[in-house]
Each structure stands twice: as structure tokens, then as C-alpha cells.
Design a protein around this ligand. Sequence first.
Ligand SMILES: [Fe+2]
Ligand SMILES: [Fe+2]
Length: 134
Amino acid sequence: MDPTVLRMKEYKQHGTTTTYEHCVSVARVSYKLDRMLHADCDREALLKGAMLHDLYLYDWHDAKSHKRLHGFHHADSALRNATEYFDISPKEKDIIYSHMWPLNLTRIPKRREAWVVCMADKYVSLRETLHRKG
Ligand SMILES: [Fe+2]
Ligand SMILES: [Fe+2]
């Protein structure tokens, strides 16, 4: 696995779940949703976008680690890092950019891959929050 992606193991997402584990779960659920819905997604973009959607690389619980409201702005940090460290396609950009819809109300997903990851992220986040141990 890429060392930049592995850096997500250093940060907690919800409860005791690391951001890395969260992204792996979102990739798994995205794959399942794609099959279940017969959405015919571009699988490479779907999985790469899902793995990179939260590549913001800071501890969001620590207010000093980031300047603005995490919920609204972490997709921009993730997109900046993904663009810096990887060669990402317009589809993958859209996945990262719009994954926080509807919190970011104007960032409506444009492609099927972005819709699937957006929904998978909501489901996985709810599951992690309900089953949190930490
Ligand atoms: Fe996110
Ligand atoms: Fe997420």
C-alpha cells in the first residue's frame, strides 16, 4: 500500500476507527453498492476515489491541527493531498470534492461513482458512530 495512504492509520475517524480503516470500509461498501444497484461504475475510479476521499491527513479532534470547520472543509484538504501525491482523474476528483453532500449543499455529486461513494460514506460513518467503543 502507498505510504501516503498508510498515513491515514495515524488518525482516528469515528471512535476507535482509524481514517485508513474508514476508507477501506467505504471502498468495500462502494463496491457492494455498485454491484447491488447495477450502477455500472468505473471500478478503478470508484475504489481509488473511495480510498482517497478522506486523505486530509490531520487529527480533526485537535482544533489546532486545522484552521476551519472540519465537516465543511476537509474534502478540500483531501483533494489537495490527493492531487499532490497521486495522478487523479476528473471522476476521482468529483468523488472527493462532493463526498460531503448534502452538508456541502452546493457540491452535488456529478457522476455515478461520486453518488455511490457519497452514500457508502454516510452508511459507513453511521455504522462506525453507532458501534463506537472509544
Ligand atoms: Fe469525509
Ligand atoms: Fe468519509
